[in-house]
Design a protein around this ligand. Structure first.
Ligand code: ASP
Length: 306
C-alpha cells in the first residue's frame, strides 16, 4: 500500500494583498480544502488517482472565483471557451478538450475521452457532440455568468488587451490537481477558461498533454498554470518528467530549474504542482503567489496563497 497524496492549485498569480479581503481569502482556502478533501476521501475508499483528480478539479470548477468551469473568464465575444485535460500515469493514456462551451465540468469530459474515445483531444462542437453521447452535464450561459468576470471583460475591452488572469487586478486562475493513489499510481488534470478577452479559437497549454498536464508512474505527475503560450513552447510538464527520467534530477531540482530558471529567464510567469513516484510534492511558482494546497495524510494538510 502506498500513502495517498494529493495536491491542487487554483492558478498562479494572485490578487495583490491590498485588494484581498478576508472573506475572499477564506473562500479560496475553503475551496482548495474542499477539493483536497474530495480527492483524498475518494482514494481512501479505494478510488484511483484519475478519479481523485476528476473529483478535486470538479470542486474547483464549481467554485466561481477560479477561472475554470463556473468561474471561467469571458472571451472577446462574451462567451466561455474552456480547455481541460487529464492523464493517467499508469497507462499514460490521456483525454483533453479545447474551446468547449456550456460544459459544466470540462474535466469530466476530458476523462470520458480518456476512457471512452480512441482520440486524445476533441475540440469545440465535436467535443460537445461527444459530451452529449456520454451524457456529460451541460449548463446554460446564465450559469457561467459572474459579475466580476463580466467587469473584467469590459475593462480588458476598454484597454484593448487580452488579459491573462495573472496580470489583472483580480487574480484567480486555472485549476489543477495531481494525485497518488494507494496503488502508487499517479494522475494529473488541469482545467481553465483561458484568458479574458481572448479571441475566439485561442487555446492555451491546459489541454495540451506534455505542456499543461503530464503523468507518468515512473517519474511524476504535473499540472501547470501560467502564461500558456510559453508553457506550450517550453513543453513544461513533460520537461519536468524528462529532467527526472534522463538527467536523474529530483522533482525539486527539476521544478526549480524549469520554473525559476528557464521560464523566469524568458519572463514567462507561472507555476505548477507536481508529485513524484515516491510521493514527494512540489508547488513552485515564479509569480507573487499561487493558490495551492496539498494533503499528505489525515492531518498533514496545507493551503496557501502567497
Ligand atoms: N495556462 C492558462 C492558459 O494560458 C492560464 C492560467 O494558468 O491561468 O490558458
Amino acid at each position: 500500500m502506498h500513502p495517498i497524496k494529493i495536491a491542487v492549485h487554483g492558478g498562479a498569480g494572485t490578487m495583490p494583498k491590498r485588494l484581498m479581503t478576508p472573506e475572499i481569502e477564506k473562500a479560496c482556502h475553503n475551496a482548495l480544502q474542499n477539493a483536497l478533501q474530495a480527492g483524498y476521501e475518494l482514494m481512501k475508499n479505494g478510488g484511483s488517482a484519475v478519479d481523485a483528480v476528476e473529483a478535486a478539479v470538479m470542486v474547483l470548477e464549481n467554485f466561481e472565483l477560479f477561472n475554470a468551469g463556473k468561474g471561467a473568464v469571458f472571451t472577446h465575444e462574451g462567451k466561455h471557451e474552456m480547455d481541460a485535460s487529464i492523464m493517467d500515469g499508469k497507462t499514460k493514456r490521456s483525454g483533453a478538450v479545447a474551446a468547449v462551451n456550456n460544459i459544466k465540468n470540462p474535466i469530466s469530459l476530458a476523462k470520458a475521452i480518456l476512457l471512452h474515445s480512441e482520440h486524445v483531444l476533441l475540440l469545440g462542437a465535436g467535443a460537445e457532440v461527444f459530451a452529449k453521447e456520454q451524457q456529460i452535464p451541460f449548463e446554460n450561459d446564465a450559469y457561467f455568468f459572474t459579475q466580476f468576470r463580466f467587469d473584467q471583460l469590459q475593462k480588458a475591452k476598454q484597454r484593448d488587451i487580452i488579459v491573462l488572469d495573472h496580470v489583472d487586478d483580480k487574480k484567480f486562475g486555472t485549476v489543477g490537481c495531481v494525485a497518488m493513489d494507494a496503488n502508487g499510481n499517479l494522475a494529473a488534470g488541469t482545467s481553465t477558461g483561458g484568458m479574458t478577452n481572448k479571441s475566439f479559437g485561442r487555446v492555451g497549454d491546459s489541454p495540451i498533454i506534455g505542456s499543461g498536464t503530464y503523468a507518468n508512474n515512473t517519474t511524476c505527475a504535473v499540472s501547470c498554470t501560467g502564461h500558456g503560450e510559453f508553457f506550450i513552447e517550453n513543453v513544461v510538464a513533460y520537461d519536468i518528467s524528462c529532467l527526472m527520467e534522463y538527467k536523474g534530477l529530483s522533482l525539486n531540482e527539476a521544478c526549480e530549474l524549469v520554473i525559476n530558471q528557464k521560464l523566469k529567464s524568458i519572463d514567462a510567469e507561472g507555476g505548477l504542482i507536481a508529485i513524484d513516484h515516491n510521493g514527494n510534492i512540489c508547488l513552485p511558482f515564479n509569480t507573487k503567489g499561487m493558490y495551492r494546497g496539498y494533503r499528505k495524510g489525515d492531518d498533514d494538510i496545507f493551503t496557501g496563497i502567497y
